[in-house]
Design a protein around this ligand. Structure first.
Ligand code: GLU
Ligand code: MG
Length: 439
């Protein structure tokens, strides 16, 4: 027997899964220029692998996955070090134009509109939390501990190496607070690279775990009242000369005027973009107060309950506050496609800049124990409490649904409504298990 080395061209869909087509590695160059075929109805694949019907595409039509060489990455298949090459693609129509429903092209167009209208670009990083599903019988939680680190040192070491080899620039690997929870952070990068990395990171992490016979999950929550797995998206703004322009020590919260408008746009559209940032019914069990996830729509300084957090600055040797300063969007999770999440944040921020919105009120101190009237006074709004409510906010916002083609909106809503109906029929244990297995 002989095994041919393979390469694969990938897209990522509404269920945030990387899907694509593989071919002999020796034909990689050819496929980089020709791309490969793809099917419109694949956009309607749900988190559990079914194509939701009816969808706007049915059985007709053809598309092409056109690889973007900037996203080429390799991953080791097993302990032997044998590798496969992956590349992410834009989806094009047969005449070579970007497909209007392509999630990656959505981010690309948001990036280029922001640049064209303001001269700004976004530097971003996606921070991921996940859990081991098998705890080896340990009865106690051991947050942040050396014990957890040592227990999973082999996994951590292999994972960090795999992320390095794939060019993802891992920064930290740490035992997190939740039961059997870990976090991995990677270096900030320009928006499209950052979102591409987030797509790879989840797949590579699952792959390394499965090589070790472990089951892990990025699902937002895996048991009732359990800890949450967030995807925190850090963003800062650069001008055309690559100067960071998010920080202004003369202004409240050190938030520059332009970044204040950008933040205000994100808050203004927060409910309407929520379904695209946390896309499963169970996502909404995580997005409630007192969980250090996101407990309300507000901008907070160093506050882990904020939807949007001004991250702390540190006067460590060599510190560059212009560069350090960033905003963290905390309401995303791994059921959402990183291209869509970041594209929505950029579109919302751009809308805030276009309209010259004033910087939001910055909430200081604890927000969890504020009364209804105190929340109202500070302008803190509730995050939609269900995926259905978030979908209603999405379709109800002409601005936000208007960023997408009609077919995209209809497909997203159809896929998510089907998912809601499917999950409603499950008992709680089945529901958590379904998502833990899928993500
Ligand atoms: N696990 C929390 C979440 O669900 C985040 C904790 C942290 O601040 O890192 O988002
Ligand atoms: Mg964390």
């Amino acid at each position: 027997m002989r095994k041919e080395p393979l390469g694969i061209i990938l897209t990522a869909d509404l269920a945030a899964k990387a899907r694509g087509r593989a071919f002999p590695q020796q034909d990689f160059q050819k496929y980089l220029s020709t791309g490969c075929g793809w099917v419109p109805a694949n956009l309607a694949i749900d988190a559990f692998g079914s194509i939701v019907t009816p969808n706007p595409f049915g059985s007709v039509g053809d598309l092409r996955l056109m690889p973007d060489v900037s996203s080429i990455a390799t991953v080791a298949l097993n302990h032997s070090g044998e590798q496969t090459t992956m590349v992410l693609a834009d989806i094009h129509t047969p005449d070579g134009a970007p497909w209007e429903n392509d999630p990656r092209s959505f981010l690309k167009s948001a990036v280029s509109d922001l640049e064209a209208e303001t001269g700004l670009s976004v530097i971003a990083s996606f921070e991921h939390e996940f859990m081991l599903r098998d705890d080896g019988g340990s009865p106690v939680n051991t947050p942040f501990s050396l014990e957890s680190f040592l227990e999973e040192e082999e996994f951590g070491g292999l994972l960090v190496a795999a992320l390095q080899d794939a060019g993802l620039e891992p920064e930290m690997w740490l035992p997190e607070f939740g039961r059997n929870q870990f976090e991995v952070t990677i270096r900030p990068a320009p928006a499209i690279v950052a979102a591409d990395r987030a797509i790879y990171l989840r797949e590579i992490t699952r792959h390394i775990a499965s090589q070790l016979g472990k089951r892990i999950t990025f699902a937002p929550i895996i048991e009732e009242n359990g800890g949450g797995n967030g995807v925190h998206v850090h963003v800062s703004l650069q001008d055309r000369e690559s100067r960071f322009v998010t920080y202004d020590p003369q202004r409240p919260g050190n938030l520059s005027e332009i970044a204040g408008s950008f933040a205000a746009g994100i808050l203004e559209h927060a409910e309407a973009i929520q379904a695209l940032a946390a896309s499963a019914p169970i996502s909404y069990e995580r997005l409630v107060p007192h969980r250090w996830s996101a407990g309300g729509v507000f901008l907070g300084e160093n506050n882990r309950e904020a939807l949007l957090r001004i991250c702390p600055l540190f006067d460590v040797p060599g510190a560059n506050h212009q560069k350090q300063y960033n905003l963290e969007y905390r309401a995303a999770d791994a059921t959402a496609n990183p291209w869509l999440v970041l594209g929505c944040l950029i579109r919302a921020g751009l809308d805030g800049i276009r309209r010259g919105l004033a910087a939001p009120t910055i909430v200081h101190g604890e927000s969890g124990d504020l009364s209804e009237s105190e929340r109202a006074e500070l302008g803190i709004r509730d995050i939609p409490s269900t995926l259905q409510a978030a979908l209603d906010a999405f379709t109800g916002s002409e601005t936000v649904s208007g960023w997408f083609a009609r077919d995209f909106v209809d497909t997203f809503v159809a896929v998510k409504r089907a998912e809601i109906a499917r999950v409603e029929a499950l008992d709680p244990a089945e529901k958590y298990d379904a998502y833990a297995t899928s993500y």
